[in-house]
Design a protein around this ligand. Structure first.
Ligand code: GLU
Length: 313
């Protein structure tokens, strides 16, 4: 068996909030409890969404929370050539095709995937349709050709997951119309080239995993183990994010925030550890990490402020 190697892969679209802290804590503890390595990767492949300065701020925040990582931080924005090489291999295998559909064309299908993008009806699968050619439309994006065989895996927290990509998402984009590589391709290439054995991340990404497994198989990569932890949600049920007004975590209250993250992950940290040092809390958390205790829900309510501050115990 390969030695354990995990990672935390934030997108620098906004400062770390409690939801991203939970994912960082879970992946860090799972790696350290396995005496494994833990890597940090900045997922800034979507340069349009990356907010200048935020990646550095995230790294500083992680440091102030006491996380330590192995190897140098990997920046996706520097890895375009690796993604291009993977795309070339997919072309050679004829498992991708170019597509000239616009968002407006696809909105017409009226079917949305679980993550809110339009399901792809296969319009350009066998070449651009004649009405596109007559209108002089050119292909701008590249899609991965899916089929209807079930893709199944056992998530260490969510259990058996199975998906048929043709009916759930359809052929999906790996090179976007704006020339940027899509997250799905970048994450698969990076996880493989960084030798990641275990992906621990928020369950908001669970529905992406079958697409990533399909790409891993096409590229001849092995599939890591997966553990999708519940995401923190507002009382309304919306996942915490910059868009839904999530507050940045406060490194000045690192012990309280990590303690709250541990409680969110159902690790039952002793209340008195809140009075102790950050180092003591991490030491306890690594020694006692119990992945099986993580609730197998896809989302859980954000602890309220009293709870997050640990004052209620
Ligand atoms: N960059 C993604 C995010 O911040 C995480 C991707 C992953 O862990 O696979 O949501």
């Amino acid at each position: 068996m390969k030695p354990y190697r995990g990672r935390f892969a934030p997108s620098p679209t906004g400062p770390l909030h409690f939801g991203s802290l939970v994912a960082a804590v879970a992946s860090y503890l799972d790696a350290r409890a396995h005496c494994g390595e833990w890597l940090v990767r900045i997922e800034d492949v979507d340069i349009g969404r990356a907010v200048p300065g935020v990646a550095d701020e995230i790294l500083r925040t992680l440091e102030r929370f006491g996380f330590t990582w192995d190897c140098e931080v990997l920046w996706q924005s520097c890895r375009t050539e690796r993604y291009r090489a993977a795309l070339m291999r997919l072309w050679e295998q004829e498992v991708v095709f170019s597509c000239a559909c616009s968002r407006r064309d696809l909105a017409g299908s009226g079917r949305l995937t679980e993550d809110g993008v339009a399901w792809y009806p296969g319009t350009c699968r066998e070449g651009l349709p004649s009405d596109y050619l007559d209108a002089g439309r050119i292909a701008r994006s590249v899609r991965f050709r899916v089929n209807d065989h079930p893709i199944a895996f056992v998530d260490r927290c969510q259990g058996h997951v199975e998906d048929r990509l043709e009916s759930s998402v359809g052929d999906f984009v790996i090179l976007r119309a704006d020339g940027l590589f899509a997250y799905q391709l970048a994450v698969v290439v990076d996880d493989a080239e960084q030798g990641i054995t275990d992906v621990v991340r928020g369950a908001d990404l669970l529905s992406n995993t079958p697409r990533q497994i399909a790409l891993q198989r096409a590229l001849g990569y092995s599939t890591p183990r997966y553990l999708h932890v519940p995401v923190a949600a507002h009382a309304s049920g919306e996942k915490l994010s910059k868009q839904t007004g999530a507050q940045p975590v406060d490194p000045g209250r690192a012990v309280q925030e990590v303690h709250a993250a541990l409680r969110f992950l159902n690790q039952n940290p002793p209340a008195q550890l809140i009075e102790d040092s950050l180092a003591a809390l991490w030491e306890w958390a690594v020694a006692k990490w119990d992945a099986a205790a993580v609730p197998n829900a896809q989302s859980l309510p954000l602890p309220d402020v009293t709870n997050r501050n640990g004052d209620s115990r």
